[in-house]
Design a protein around this ligand. Structure first.
Ligand code: PMP
Length: 292
C-alpha cells in the first residue's frame, strides 16, 4: 500500500455523478484500464476560482475518450458543471483539476473491454507550481529522452491517453537520474518535439520558434502563447527543429497547464538565458489566466 498520503487527502472527488470522500476506494484493481491502459485524462487549472479554458479542456477530454472508443455517459456541459461544483465543494481558489475517464471492471479481464462501464472522475488539489520557484527563476535543465514520440500512424497522438505517458514517465525518470528536471523528446523523424508533459518554444533574434505539432499534443497553453505572442507583435515560426540547431537559440521555455511558462536554461550542452521574450510572454500569460 502507498504511504505517500495522497490517497488520504481531505475533501471529495466527483465520481460518476457523486461527490465521494477522497479516501474512499471506487473501482477494483482488476478494472480494465489498470491492465490495458484504456483511460484518458485532462489537466486544467483554476485561478481565482475560475477554471481557465474549461470548455476547451472538456472538449479535448471527450475527443480523447472517443479516439479510445469510450463513450462518456455525460454531456460536455454536465462535466463542465461538475468541475465547477467540485471546485466549490473543495473550497479552492487556485487548483489543478484532473478529470479522468477509464474503462472499468467487467465480467472478466481480457484485452477487449468494449462492454465494460466507462467511469468518470474529477479530482482537484492545490498544486502551486510544477517546478519549485527556485528552479523556475533559474530555468530548468533538460536532457534527451531515450524514446521518441511515436509516428502519427503508430499511436493516437491527439488523445491525452494515459498509455502514451509510459514513454514520458520513463524518459522523465531517466532524465532526473542524470540530474535534469525533464526530458526533451524528439519526434519519430528525429526533430525536436516537446518535453514529457509540456510543449517547447525557442527564441531566435526576437522571433518565437516552435516545432509543428503534428505528432504530439498541440497544447492549449501552446496555442494561447502563440496568440499572445502575435498580439504582442512577436513573429511566430512553426517549423522543424533539428537537435543540431539547438545552439541557434538564445531563450527557451516550456508551456503547459501544469508547467505554465517555465524557462529552460540548458538542454544537454546548450545554454539559454530567460530574457525579454520569455518574461514578456510569461507575464502576459499570468495576466490572461488571472494569476496573482
Ligand atoms: N504535451 C504533453 C505530452 C502534455 O502532457 C501536455 C499537458 N497536457 C502538454 C503538451 C501541454 O498541453 P496543455 O497546454 O494543453 O496543458
Amino acid at each position: 500500500m502507498s504511504a505517500t498520503g495522497f490517497e488520504n487527502k481531505p475533501g471529495h472527488i466527483w465520481v460518476n455523478g457523486k461527490l465521494i470522500p477522497w479516501s474512499e476506494n471506487y473501482d477494483h484493481i482488476l478494472a480494465h484500464a489498470m491492465h490495458y491502459g484504456i483511460s484518458v485524462f485532462e489537466g486544467d487549472r483554476a485561478y481565482n476560482g475560475k477554471i481557465f479554458k474549461l470548455e476547451e479542456h472538456t472538449s479535448r477530454l471527450f475527443n480523447s475518450a472517443k479516439i479510445l472508443g469510450m463513450k462518456i455517459p455525460y454531456s460536455e456541459a454536465e462535466i463542465n458543471q461538475a468541475c465547477i461544483d467540485t471546485l466549490e465543494k473543495q473550497g479552492f481558489q487556485n487548483a489543478y483539476v484532473r478529470p479522468f475517464v477509464w474503462s472499468g471492471i467487467g465480467t472478466e479481464l481480457s484485452i477487449t473491454g468494449a462492454n465494460n462501464p466507462v467511469n468518470t472522475l474529477i479530482a482537484m488539489w492545490e498544486w502551486p507550481s510544477y517546478y519549485s520557484p527556485d528552479e523556475l527563476m533559474q530555468g530548468i535543465k533538460l536532457g534527451y529522452a531515450k524514446y521518441r514520440r511515436p509516428a502519427p500512424k503508430t499511436a493516437p497522438f491527439e488523445a491525452k491517453a494515459a498509455g502514451l505517458y509510459v514513454i514520458c514517465t520513463i524518459s522523465k525518470h531517466e532524465a532526473e537520474k542524470r540530474g535534469f528536471s525533464d526530458a526533451l523528446m524528439l519526434d519519430y523523424q528525429g526533430n525536436v518535439a516537446e518535453a514529457t508533459s509540456a510543449n517547447i518554444f525557442f527564441v531566435q533574434n526576437g522571433e518565437l520558434h516552435t516545432p509543428i505539432a503534428d505528432s504530439f499534443l498541440n497544447g492549449i497553453t501552446r496555442r494561447t502563447i502563440i496568440d499572445l505572442a502575435k498580439q504582442s507583435g512577436i513573429k511566430v515560426v512553426e517549423r522543424r527543429i533539428k537537435p543540431e540547431q539547438l545552439g541557434d537559440f538564445s531563450e527557451c521555455f516550456l508551456t503547459g497547464t501544469a508547467a505554465e511558462v517555465t524557462p529552460v536554461s540548458q538542454i544537454e550542452e546548450h545554454r539559454y538565458k530567460p530574457a525579454n521574450v520569455t518574461l514578456k510572454l510569461m507575464n502576459a500569460y499570468y495576466e490572461l489566466v488571472g494569476k496573482t
